[in-house]
Ligand binder design. Structure first.
Ligand code: AMP
Ligand code: GLY
Length: 423
């Protein structure tokens, strides 16, 4: 069958890499894709939210499966758009319907869901500009640090963690009254700070059955030792060494099962990936957030460990027969290290020629903000490449990622040299 992947990052290159290995895949398209996907698929220059453009492409190329990478089109209802169109209804769309995508699209919706289904999470209250005064009072009842979350999508920037009460009140005002994050911060969730170590759990679901994918840990801050500004993610490791089978069992019983049951009880149609951001407090898992897609760069460490034919797994999701799938996971560790443009996540230059990619050996380079330009590959974004390697355990894998990074260069290239430092 012909398949379309929507998105342009390292995550989507990884999906393309994996799907192109399937005997079930005839022609593969990526919209809009990057230099990496163009090597193994046909890139089509479409915005991920251009549903009419996507429809025209699907009909023209006889596409039968659409895999949605980023959250934006899901929150905007791309799956519903397909279901509501007689000519598109039969197409398998991997990603939840709009109602369910609210788990990522609205922090308040997610918190209400977690509470309704008694899934462990931080205590919270939400506020609008109408009751900002109560928000200040609520902050006074909490101990620092204070966690403020814009309700809506804010490109990963909507969470503020502040140590000072006055600063927290001032930020609450900026968000609610001065529209710091536009309409995304018309509502703000204030929650209890949880102190622990973070990890991510990825679940595949057809809406009633589920399969748990390998865990991963990502490194979000730009600076070594987890310092400096938040980024999309600077590296990832899978599996997470501290996620013992006992701890994984707690995650499954207390979080994954009630989440999938909750989707059914609340009538939230879900065929796709659930990315559960967790924090381990003492020995117990708590949910920090839901995302309705795979993580990036976690995908670059998780998917290479999945030995199954991914198209077969997606077909089972679409048909509601995921219970018949047995996941086959590579027991080696995988690590990925992200190479970024100097200056990211603030301003950075683009168009730098990338060299040394052909020298990479025993690792896979997934492209993100990179594009073809007159026969060479040049930078086109903040996160440029993700270098994934395997090892018996993560030390060996990370060493291989770094050995290969030494062969790659572009002007002002930066990466963290301490991925895995805290494990
Ligand atoms: P998010 O954008 O929702 O992924 O949140 C960004 C980061 O904020 C998370 O990865 C956590 O490190 C942190 N965070 C969010 N909520 C809490 C919380 N309740 N307690 C401690 N840290 C939090
Ligand atoms: N790496 C975190 C995310 O994809 O949201």
């Amino acid at each position: 069958m012909n398949i379309l992947i929507i998105g342009s990052g390292g995550r989507e290159h990884t999906f393309a890499w994996k799907i192109s290995q399937s005997s079930l895949c005839d022609r593969l398209f990526v919209a809009p894709g990057n230099s990496g996907t163009s090597e193994i698929a046909t890139n089509v220059d479409l915005n991920v939210n251009d549903f009419d453009g996507i429809k025209a492409l699907v009909l023209k190329e006889n596409i039968e499966m659409v895999v949605v990478g980023p959250e934006d089109p899901l929150v905007n209802g791309i799956h519903d758009f397909f279901l509501q169109d007689k000519g598109l209804q039969h197409i398998a769309v991997i990603g939840p319907e709009q109602k369910a995508a609210q788990l990522e699209g609205s922090k308040e919706f997610a918190k209400e869901f977690l509470y309704r289904h008694q899934i462990p999470t931080a205590a919270y209250k939400s506020f609008t500009k109408e009751n900002v005064g109560e928000g200040y009072k609520f902050l006074e009842t909490l101990k620092p640090p204070y966690v403020l979350k814009a309700d809506g999508l804010a490109a990963g920037k909507g969470v503020l963690i502040l140590n000072d009460l006055d600063e927290a009140k001032a930020e609450l005002k900026r968000m609610l009254i001065d529209s710091k994050f536009g309409i995304a911060s018309e509502k703000v969730v204030i929650e209890e700070f949880l102190d622990g170590i973070e990890l991510s759990c990825f679940v595949l679901t057809d809406g009633k059955n589920y399969k748990i994918l390998p865990t991963a840990k990502d490194y979000k801050r730009i600076g070594e030792g987890d310092t400096g500004l938040n980024t999309g993610g600077m590296g990832a490791i899978s599996p997470v060494p501290f996620a013992t089978s006992e701890f994984l069992n707690k995650i499954e019983q207390r979080i994954v099962k009630p989440t999938i049951d909750g989707l059914q009880k609340d009538n939230l149609p879900y065929k796709g990936f659930v990315f559960i951001g967790l924090i381990k407090v003492n020995e117990d898992p708590f949910v920090i957030e839901y995302n309705v897609r795979m993580g990036d760069p976690e995908t670059e460490a998780v998917l290479p460990r999945v030995k199954n034919d991914l198209v077969q797994v997606f077909q089972a999701i679409s048909k509601g027969t995921l219970d018949q799938v047995e996941l086959d996971i590579d027991d080696r560790a995988a690590t990925t290290v992200v190479l970024v443009s100097g200056g990211y996540p603030e301003t950075y230059e683009k168009g730098k020629t990338i060299s040394g990619l052909h020298l990479v050996n025993d690792a896979v380079v997934f492209h993100a903000g990179a594009k073809k330009d007159n026969g060479s590959i040049v930078t086109s974004g903040g996160r440029v490449l993700a270098v994934t390697a395997f090892g018996k355990e993560y030390h060996e894998a990370i060493k291989k990622s770094y050995q290969n990074i030494n062969k790659i260069s572009f002007d002002k290239m930066y990466y963290r040299k301490d991925i895995g430092f805290d494990l």
